[in-house]
Design a protein around this ligand. Structure first.
Ligand SMILES: Nc1ncnc2c1ncn2[C@@H]1O[C@H](COP(=O)(O)OP(=O)(O)OP(=O)(O)O)[C@@H](O)[C@H]1O
Ligand SMILES: [Mg+2]
Length: 254
């Protein structure tokens, strides 16, 4: 049965999608894992970064959530070896109808249940909010990976993340765990990065990954070539960091 991880933070631009697609690729590339990336963000950034032409897809995750097709019928293979259940902006237009469906919090969990034994890891890239799509991602996952960017507002957002996880645990009765908190967009020349990291470590202790994801131009530009950081700059700092993260995840689960 697959390990199911939601890449979750309500704050935008913290590196959720960057982490989701590079981590997925790394699990395939370095550990030969079978990986499905579920893109439940209408921005479709993780799908696009893996080379999915998100404006040309015929079926997508919204059709699965609306119970019109099975998830296996929307999954596309990619050159990286990662399978993707893609989304685009049409998902956003269905947010209100999907919010009205019975069992609305469990739509994704039920869909993934049918194929979870075909993968070692299912990674779910969340949108930057706590609406019905993020709740579906959390309810479908065993644990969350929380990327936090090295900013004051990033730190301020921790409270909201913990409230959302409490809501899922207490109101929806789902014992979701935290796999780890990932320091992203780290700039070693900047005191703020060090201070935010220290606060994260004081708060989350050993749940903070040892790996720090640096802020690099190569990480920023890799999606425009539909390449993971491992192909775009194999010997760079971003590539080393995401490979270290992959190894930390493997050490946790295997
Ligand atoms: N470590 C990094 N170094 C440089 N640029 C980065 C890094 N991580 C992310 N970025 C860039 O910052 C922007 C936001 O990153 P990303 O899309 O991964 O964040 P996100 O949390 O998924 O955003 P959203 O909340 O909108 O989904 C993108 O342009 C991305 O390329
Ligand atoms: Mg994103």
């Amino acid at each position: 049965m697959a390990h199911k991880l939601a890449i979750f933070n309500m704050k935008g631009g913290v590196g959720k999608s960057t982490s989701a697609y590079n981590l997925s690729t790394g699990l395939v590339r370095f550990h030969q894992k079978r990986v499905l990336l579920v893109d439940i963000d209408p921005q479709g950034h993780a799908s696009a970064a893996l080379g999915i032409p998100i404006w040309q897809i015929e079926k997508q995750l919204k059709d699965v959530l609306q119970r019109q097709v099975k998830i296996k019928d929307v999954i596309l293979p990619t050159a990286s070896g990662v399978d993707v259940a893609p989304s685009n902006i049409l998902l956003a237009e269905e947010e209100i109808p999907i919010s009205g469906l019975p069992g609305r919090e469990l739509l994704l969990r039920k869909a993934i249940g049918a194929i979870a034994n075909q993968y070692d890891y299912v990674l779910i890239d969340c949108p930057p909010n706590i609406g019905v799509f993020s709740v579906n991602a959390l309810m479908a996952s065993d644990a969350v990976l929380i990327p936090v960017d090295m900013s004051y507002l990033g730190l301020l957002g921790i409270n909201g993340i913990e409230r959302a996880l409490s809501l899922v645990r207490e109101q929806l009765d789902h014992p979701i765990d935290i796999t780890g908190v990932l320091a992203t967009r780290f700039d070693a020349r900047n005191n703020l990065s060090k201070e935010v990291l220290k606060s994260l470590q004081d708060h989350f202790g050993s749940k903070v990954f040892q790996t720090l994801i640096p802020e690099t131009v190569k990480l920023r530009e890799a999606p425009s070539f539909s390449l993971s950081i491992f192909e775009h700059e194999p010997r760079g700092a971003g590539s080393k960091a995401y490979q270290d993260l992959v190894d930390e995840i493997i050490a946790i689960y295997e």
